[in-house]
Design a protein around this ligand. Structure first.
Ligand code: ADP
Length: 160
């Protein structure tokens, strides 16, 4: 059995992310969702909050776990003793960015391989930033994120 690592900022986790994590766990045997802070994106939830929220979504999935990490992904891969990075592809527009990261990681750790899972068409327009925008302006996001995530977003909004 292999263990795949699915890294991302997941701010917040969407149904598209859930699909990729479940596919990865199904195909490789296990999937660790690795939550990081993307320096180019300002986050809605802290890393600890995101880990907590994602854990609640996958509480019944024995082969999916969640961890936070800082620093280089290749160092996290060593710590997890995994050689499989999984990333999701929505459209050609994701490819250039994803390919660049994959090549960088290959250079840093040649023994690690990046696998891309193509999303289902119904998730191909789904992005965390879009979910945040729709939610902010009062739109319905209940088909875009798991129930646990929606509840946490409403809670955060009511706190402000
Ligand atoms: P990052 O900040 O690392 O880009 P994201 O949380 O935005 O992290 O995305 C993590 C991974 O999930 C990326 O590989 C991204 O392409 C993929 N992803 C994002 N949204 C979807 C979706 N709707 N369907 C499939 N994969 C997705």
């Amino acid at each position: 059995m292999l263990k795949a690592v699915y890294p991302g900022s997941f701010d917040p986790l969407t149904n598209g992310h859930v699909y990729i994590a479940k596919r990865a766990a199904d195909i490789f045997g296990k999937c660790v969702i690795a939550v990081l802070d993307n320096s180019e994106k300002k986050s809605m939830f802290s890393k600890a909050e995101r880990v907590d929220m994602i854990r609640s979504v996958f509480k019944n999935d024995k082969n999916i776990s969640v961890a936070a990490y800082d620093g280089l992904l290749v160092d996290f891969m060593k710590k997890e003793k995994s050689r499989v990075i999984v990333r999701g592809l929505r459209a050609l527009s994701d490819f250039e960015y994803e390919f660049q990261i994959a090549q960088l990681n290959r250079q840093l750790a040649p023994e690690v391989e990046t696998f891309f899972i193509a999303t289902e068409p119904r998730f191909s327009f789904l992005a965390s930033h879009a979910v945040k925008d729709v939610f902010k302006w009062g739109g319905n996001i209940s088909d875009m994120v798991p129930q646990e995530i929606l509840e946490r977003m409403i809670k955060l909004q009511n706190k402000d």
